[in-house]
Design a protein around this ligand. Structure first.
Ligand SMILES: [Zn+2]
Length: 251
């Protein structure tokens, strides 16, 4: 059976003399492996369509326990991402993150949509790449089912008030904000400002198309970085080579 689906190439690797394997993040099948016969050779039309970051309409057939690529109609190569090492390293991190967390199966439109929107925003290059990364991470965590509780105490559901001058206590391992009584038994906690919470809620709930439309003060970006750097290892339980590389080049 021939399957036609929109997909993004999130991983590529050569096998043997000339065959190429790719990991695709597809609209209809989720994350799948596919083989592109002889795609390593330049005279093959599959070669250009199986490079990292290519987004297109992929035609495939089920082949043993994987898929064989038949044809690719490229929609975007995102080639502009390769013009700048910083942007490329952030874009590579987005792909590595998605390659780790995406699953095979349906219901991946939101994560794929977020990924494409993030890559497009990196290409346009109008927002700080650090902020783009944190918006992506926080929204991806929500899509994956790890949305932090920011509206009430995550433990007792108690009211936390709505005071712009207050500092709110976030407990990563509990997955959200905590009231004064409940937080006493959690030594590792984080103080977040009202503005940071407002920004986090915006990232969690705004339609993906409008997600990358704001700037923040460096103190809020710093808070977002701290939250994501605690939250991701705790809930995703993976480390990312590209994130280490970013840390290295920014040090
Ligand atoms: Zn409580």
């Amino acid at each position: 059976m021939i399957i036609k689906t929109k997909a993004l190439v999130i991983k590529e690797y050569i096998v043997g003399e000339s065959d190429k394997y790719v990991t695709l993040f597809t609209m209809d099948l989720g994350k799948i492996q596919a083989i592109a016969p002889k795609a390593k050779k330049y005279d093959n039309s599959l070669a250009s369509g199986t490079q990292l970051f290519v987004y297109g309409e992929f035609m495939l057939v089920a082949y043993k326990d994987t898929y064989r690529l038949m044809n690719i109609e490229i929609i975007s190569t995102f080639h502009e991402l390769r013009n700048d090492l910083s942007i490329l390293s952030y874009a590579s991190y987005i792909l590595e993150f998605v390659a780790e967390v995406a699953q095979e199966g349906p219901d991946n439109e939101n994560l794929l949509g977020l990924t494409l929107m993030t890559l497009r925003t990196l290409v346009v290059n109008k927002l700080s790449i650090q902020l783009i990364r944190r918006i992506f991470e926080l929204r991806a965590l929500c899509i994956l089912g790890f949305m932090p509780e920011l509206d009430q105490c995550v433990e007792c559901a108690g009211d936390l008030g709505n005071d712009q001058r207050s500092v709110y206590t976030f407990v990563c391992e509990a997955g959200g904000l905590m009231c004064e009584q409940c937080r006493a038994s959690y030594p590792e906690r984080l103080d977040l400002s009202f503005s940071t919470l407002y920004t986090m809620k915006y990232i969690m709930h705004t339609p993906i198309k409008q997600l990358f439309s704001f700037q923040v003060h460096s103190s809020i970006l710093h808070d977002l970085e701290t939250v994501c750097d605690l939250y991701i290892p705790f809930y995703i339980e993976k480390s990312f080579k590209t994130a280490d590389f970013i840390k290295h080049i920014e040090a």
